[in-house]
Design a protein around this ligand. Sequence first.
Ligand code: GCU
Length: 339
Amino acid sequence: MLTSKKCLHLFILSVFTIVILNGCSNNHLKKEPVIPEYVFTYAENQAADYPSTQGAYKFAELVKKYTNGRIEIQVEPNAVLGNEKEIVEQLQFGGIDFTRASISIISDDIPQLNVLCMPYLYKNAQHKWAVLDGEIGQEFLDIFKEKNLIGLSWYDAGARNFYTIDKPIKSLEDISDMKIRVQDSSLTNDMIRILGGIPVNVEFKDVYSALETGAIDGAENNWPSYDSTEHYRIAQYYTVDEHICIPEVQLCSLPTWERLTSEDQKIIQKCAYESALYERKLWVQQEKQSMEKLKDSGVTVNQLTDEELLRFQNAVKPLYEQYCLEYMDLVTEIKNYSN
Ligand code: GCU
């Protein structure tokens, strides 16, 4: 005969068994959501549909996939986390984990970066990618470490051209005394000065109102930025001289990087590269689309004549001595790099 105490034990045991078995069978049916080990922030100053932001979303998606949801990356577009310079500073201290930045805004801190931003340096996009995807590009990705940053991959930002409100820039003389907004770097400021203009530094998000109020006569940027910011609504003259190609870099904060295992670091690097290839494809499509759209919507596009372009190129030559004296061999190597 079972005592009532034994009965009670048996009852409790069977209840436990049922609960455990039930739990196991449910696990087979529905997968428990993975709780991420890390949730990282990724700052982007462009709009959500811009190629570099789309690249960032792709990066986050790939990282989630390859880490089975252990690492989640939350992309914050539209400069909601701050302007580019502030973001990079935050990355240096680990306040923000990832970003994509135009390297000219870091070139006063890492002067060697100026080499990659020199006016009229690359013959064409193919030449630029041969340099950036080769050994030189890798060496440059490695130098960010001296500033507590990890350079992950190169994103495309095409070539920059001038756009102005009142009159087109058809010759060097036209730029004379024009107030042109440029990114806040010594090289870009000096470039405008040497061409005869007056450089003005305004935050990217404030350029529209600077154009609107007449604080500046014009600015310079690639086709997709000119389009997505709607600067073309005010500055309707676009002068194609492709004076500067500023590579964009995906960065990780060093303190964040050091929290990751080397396996996860490899995954991040792989995803960064894959997302860059994705972004570069989108870039080419977007550049064409913006160009066609804006030409149709009344923007006056002006191509510099070969003769005039040569005058612009000659005018900026002293900048090479000023900014690249220590790196002349590297400049020559880049210029002669065969694709
Ligand atoms: C490009 C670049 C931005 C940058 C901007 C600028 O659009 O993608 O990151 O902020 O130029 O001119 O400031």
